[in-house]
Design a binder for this molecule. Sequence first.
Ligand code: KIV
Length: 290
Amino acid sequence: MKLSLPALREMKRDGRPIVMITAYDHPSARIVDAAGVDLVLVGDSAANVVLGHESTVPATMDEMTMLTAAVNRGVENALVIGDLPFMSYQVSDAEAVANAGRLIKDGGADVVKLEGAGPSLERVRALVSAGIGVMGHIGLTPQTATALGGHKAQGRQADAARRLFLDAISLERAGCFALVLEAVPAPVATTISRRLAIPTIGIGSGPGTDGQVLVLHDMLGIPGDGREPRFVKRYAEIGDTIRAALAEYADDVREHRFPQEQHTYAMPDDELAIFEAAASDRHEHAEDRA
Ligand code: KIV
């Protein structure tokens, strides 16, 4: 059964940790849902994780809608969160509502996520008024990482931590149902989490948030090139497993060990004899067709 927003709040109230993970395609979505995660984020991290960009900025609405639809078709129980890409909600309330509506109507997302506070507060209010559930995201916000001085922890000075705290309160008041805290010092994230009624989901923000999120490929070791942020815990080395499998496949093909009889289709002997007789004279066969 689909996780509901009231059930999510209940998890916070009961102190039950919330598990969130990203997914960008249908087979991964089926796996993460079967594993029993609570929230599946079709993150705009797809831009760098699966589309080969350097950052999340180039992600488009068309791409995010297509990926969200693929994920949604594989999820039965988890709440699917569609991520609004850069410039899909910054320009106006009307554009934000139209684009969030697309992720929900065409992509099948249950709710959406956007980054920032300040100007984003008005967008949150507009989306909530339109009946769309919104997850906020503060701290390190990858869409505006350049303005933040790069991909680094946020809120490490008292003043900046206080601003994050106030942003969190404002986003809750604007109607967010939950909040991602990315790369925020653990004690700051813990205080924010304690002071909010809505759940917080941390990434690189310590153990005091109400839930955790990781990028699926980072935690699985795909591509496993050692470029993941320090807050990632590797639970598997799938990149190595894939590389080893491909090397074995290439070896098998080159050494004529694959395919074997069990990988091929047979045909009746008499049919084969007729076919081979017909194919024995290539020229005659070609004339027949001419
Ligand atoms: O796009 C994404 O994957 C995210 C998570 C890191 C929270 O925003």
